[in-house]
Design a protein around this ligand. Structure first.
Ligand code: G6P
Ligand code: MG
Length: 220
């Protein structure tokens, strides 16, 4: 039976998917690399270096390891400049009550964000205390869609992966959850997140009772 729900942060709890995207788009512009919807979607949920590699696939020239670090730092400075003025208003609508509903149902709550800015963000949003366990992204070696981060969350919560439900807005995230042997709920675009057992338009629509009572939904 269900023991825990593990949430992604950017684009599920916090209104930051757009901020990451804007920072990458600015960097793409800086270096004369193309940027479009497809690239933005592929980057979602993927860690900083993985995202940079996606951007550089179509960059005008190759970059050394040292240059890549400079580019990553620049993207991060664009991102952090926005996050610094964040507060509880940047929680996505319904996010706090979604996490609280899991706790109220007697289940454990975890956070599996690839972002090294997650601790800063949780602090700014004022929701750090809602999670029983937060994965330290700096200790994860394989980016989503690898299952490592969701497995680390389950281990930290002290529960078996099969008893967990993961919630994600990125295709790479849904794949990570499924590869970990967990049930997956997608938040956002149904075509992108098609492999999830259930897809919500927003975290506001999250109803924990559906997953407690139910077998995985049969979607047609
Ligand atoms: C999350 C976001 C990604 C971001 C990654 C790394 O997974 O969805 O867009 O690239 O975190 O974030 P960071 O803050 O460490 O650069
Ligand atoms: Mg996300």
């Amino acid at each position: 039976s269900l023991q825990a729900v593990i949430f992604d942060l950017d684009g599920v709890i916090a209104d930051t998917a757009v901020v990451h995207r804007a920072a990458w788009e600015q960097l793409a512009h800086d270096i004369g690399a193309p940027f479009d919807e497809h690239i933005a979607e592929r980057m979602k949920g993927v860690d900083r270096r993985g995202s940079l590699e996606i951007l550089l696939e179509r960059a005008p020239h190759a970059y050394s390891e040292r240059e890549k670090r400079v580019l990553e730092d620049r993207k991060n400075s664009y991102y952090v400049a926005q996050i610094e003025c964040f507060g509880p208003d940047q929680l996505l609508r319904g996010a706090r009550s979604a996490v609280e509903s899991v706790r109220d149902a007697g289940l454990r709550t975890g956070l599996a964000s690839a972002s090294r800015n997650a601790p800063l963000l949780l602090d700014r949003l004022g929701i750090a205390e809602l999670f029983d366990y937060v994965v330290d992204a700096s200790r994860i070696t394989h980016s989503k869609p690898h299952p490592e981060i969701f497995l680390a969350a389950a281990t930290g919560l002290g529960v078996a992966p099969e008893t967990c439900l993961g919630v994600e807005d990125a295709a790479a995230g849904v794949d990570s959850i499924l590869a970990a042997g967990m049930r997956a709920v997608g938040v956002g675009d149904a075509t992108v997140l098609a492999r999830a057992e259930d897809i919500l338009v927003g975290i506001e629509a999250f109803d924990i009772q559906r997953y407690i009572s139910g077998q995985p939904n049969d979607r047609e």
